[in-house]
Design a binder for this molecule. Structure first.
Ligand code: NAD
Length: 481
């Protein structure tokens, strides 16, 4: 077997100890790796690099295309950017895979039957990081969801389920509220799901879905969801399975992939030979499958299960009566190494024979370009007088246009015409103008309204165009409208 070039970062806090333990185990199991080590994290940040990664490190990642990364410490404040978010987005790592498995009775859990894989979209949603203070009272964060982004992650989830012999794929969204953004995610899930007739498919609104996941995780198999829900619920799922310290994570892109533990650098535990290396080790197991060294992955994973089963536990999962030996990071690694080649007898052994190393095919569907018509505009104003009727009636009398003022909302709730006096209003108003009798308009009509508003002394924060795509409105109505 040829040595696979990989990039390794030892990270901060407990990172160097758990990385050493992980590498010791996988190399002892026969992993063929050509390791290129890079420095990332705290030391780089503190040298004044706000990204926490030097340009030369990107060269290594782009060359090897495989990154095994220990957790890092992000210094508080000071404009430091999250290296994790930067790495995922810069390298196009669109899929985050987090298997959450319980190991009862060897690791305490309220859910002895749990084997859920959370597949989280990793690049879009509120993590686009586009935030603006719009008025003294109101800030905004843009939630961006794209059709290719949805299709890539949803297809990945179905392909993953097929490849690993899973039976069901569940989708969580909040499309009863966010009909455009989460609605697109759900729609793409339904569209792509048709191509996988052998898999069961279901969708839950994320709130009740999360409640069910926390209560009866055995009902779930593979769950795919947008970025924010996936971020939160994968930690919940890992924790209820037993411990966040036991879960590994893969971040997969079309070119590059990154493997890590889901936990952080636990600085208080650093340098004491205490930390549990299992999360990073399971991340490394996913890496070995990814690079086509599935037999080594299987050997490592089964020896690790046998170690858990034999009660050899680090402090975080140690339980008198269940555990037989409390060990440190190094001793745990040695215990796994000494069991290489053994299978667990109580826990179910894993098999990666069916896992193929070829990259998943992510051919996206071609979409026909829709007919796009501009039918109006939402103009957002910063306006301190809180009298909605006064604002609506004045604007109606002031603006001469091919468009009519059809409504005003404040934080999304309709306040004109016919608002309720009880509705709380901020200094942030959305004024919706639409073409008379549904007529199409053009951007010069928008500019004309902006000009009149500016001349009348109004302060415009931003505008959003209102489109019909193939004669279907592509914008939300006002609440209460
Ligand atoms: P953390 O995950 O580092 O620690 C949370 C708790 O879990 C602590 O009590 C810790 O002792 C325990 N713990 C975590 N991993 C463990 C392990 N392997 N073995 C035993 N116990 C373990 O979360 P935090 O304290 O919120 O964050 C610490 C630092 O890590 C922060 O700077 C944060 O930004 C960073 N962080 C990095 C990553 C990453 O690099 N992927 C992820 C999350 C947090």
């Amino acid at each position: 077997m040829q040595a696979q070039p990989i990039t390794v970062a030892y990270g901060d806090g407990i990172g160097p100890e758990i990385m050493q333990a992980t590498l010791d185990i996988i190399l002892a199991a026969g992993a063929q790796l050509a390791i290129d080590t890079i420095e990332i994290g705290e030391a780089v940040y503190l040298r004044g690099n706000t990204a926490g990664i030097d340009p030369s490190a990107w060269d290594s990642l782009r060359r090897t295309k495989v990154f095994l990364k220990a957790p890092i410490t992000t210094p508080q404040g000071g404009g430091f950017k999250s290296l994790n978010v930067t790495t995922r987005k810069m390298l196009g790592l669109y899929a985050n895979i987090r298997p959450c498995v319980s190991y009862s009775p060897y690791v305490h859990t309220k859910h002895p039957v749990m084997d859920v894989v959370i597949i989280r979209e990793n690049e879009e949603d509120l993590y686009a990081g586009i935030e603006h203070q719009q008025t003294p009272e109101v800030v905004q964060c843009l939630k961006l969801i794209s059709r290719p982004g949805c299709e890539k992650i949803v297809r990945y989830a179905f392909e993953y389920a097929r490849r690993y012999g899973r039976k069901k794929v569940t989708c969580f969204t909040k499309d009863n509220i966010m009909k455009q953004t989460d609605g697109l995610f759900h729609r793409v899930f339904d569209e792509v799901g048709v191509e996988y007739p052998e898999l069961e498919k279901e969708h839950w609104i994320v709130d009740i879905g999360a409640a069910k996941l926390a209560d009866t995780p055995e009902l779930f198999d593979v769950i795919v969801m947008p970025n924010l829900y996936g971020d939160i619920l994968s930690d919940v799922a890992a924790q209820i399975a037993g411990s966040v310290g036991l879960a590994g994570s893969a971040n997969i892109g079309e070119e590059v992939a990154m493997f890590e533990a889901i936990h952080g650098s636990a600085p208080r535990r650093a340098g004491q030979n205490l930390a549990n290396p299992s999360g990073l080790l399971l991340g490394a197991v996913m890496m070995l499958v990814h690079i086509g060294q599935g037999a080594v992955a299987e050997k490592v994973h089964n020896a690790w299960l046998k170690t858990l089963e034999d009660g050899v536990h680090t402090y975080d999962i140690f339980e008198p009566g269940v555990s037989t030996e409390k060990v440190g990071t190094r001793e745990f690694a040695q215990a796994v190494i000494s069991r290489l080649g053994q299978l667990p007898t109580q826990l179910r052994p894993v098999s990666y024979a069916a896992a193929k190393a070829e990259p998943m095919t992510m051919k996206l569907k071609q979409q026909a370009d829709p007919k796009i018509d501009l039918v109006g505009v939402d103009i957002f104003l910063h306006h301190n007088d809180r009298d909605a009727n006064q604002l609506g009636n004045t604007l109606k009398a002031t603006i001469q246009s091919k468009m009519d003022l059809s409504m005003i909302t404040n934080r999304g709730v309709k306040v004109w015409p016919g608002g309720l006096p009880e509705t709380f209003c901020t200094d942030h108003w959305r004024c919706r103008f639409k073409g008379h009798d549904g007529q199409f308009v053009n951007y010069n009509d928008v500019i004309a309204i902006q000009q009149q508003l500016t001349e009348a002394g109004y302060s415009i924060i931003k505008t959003e165009n209102l489109y019909h795509f193939d004669d279907v409105p592509m914008f939300s109505a006002g609440q209460g409208a």
